[in-house]
Design a binder for this molecule. Structure first.
Ligand code: NI
Length: 135
């Protein structure tokens, strides 16, 4: 296990009160746990914005089950981005809709290209990706 480092933080008391409420709502056991998660999220978001870092993540696509074009286009795009996509899971959401959850690992800029392309498909509803930087 990695050695822990300690540091102290000074902030306005009212901000700390709000942070403690947030910690309670999120179910964190300690301020340190909450702060670690916030720092990791901040780093992941920075990696996403920077574009050059390798990230893991998922994006979920929704489309009409009856649209054969959508299914074929999504499959074709996943082949084109085979360097990025680890796997995908198809979920028959209801009688009319399908979900496709795509798991990826790669440079954030490449992930953005995939999301841009998939978002441009007719009748496919993309979601914001859920990402995490490799620790
Ligand atoms: Ni389906």
């Amino acid at each position: 296990m990695e050695k822990l480092a300690r540091f102290s933080v000074s902030l306005p008391a009212t901000l700390l009160d709000k942070f403690d409420v947030w910690i309670e709502m999120r179910g964190h056991k300690t301020r340190s746990d909450a702060l670690r998660q916030l720092i990791r999220r901040f780093i992941s978001e920075s990696c996403w914005e920077d574009g050059e870092q390798t990230i893991f993540g998922t994006v979920t696509l929704t489309y009409d089950h009856h649209s054969h074009d959508s299914a074929q286009e999504i499959t074709a795009l996943q082949h084109n981005f085979g360097d990025l996509i680890i796997c995908s899971t198809h979920i028959h959401a209801d009688r009319h809709h399908c979900f496709e959850s795509v798991v990826f690992k790669g440079k954030a800029s490449r992930v953005k290209e995939f999301i841009k392309e998939v978002s441009g498909l007719k009748d496919v509803y993309g979601s914001d990706p859920i990402i995490t930087a490799i620790p």
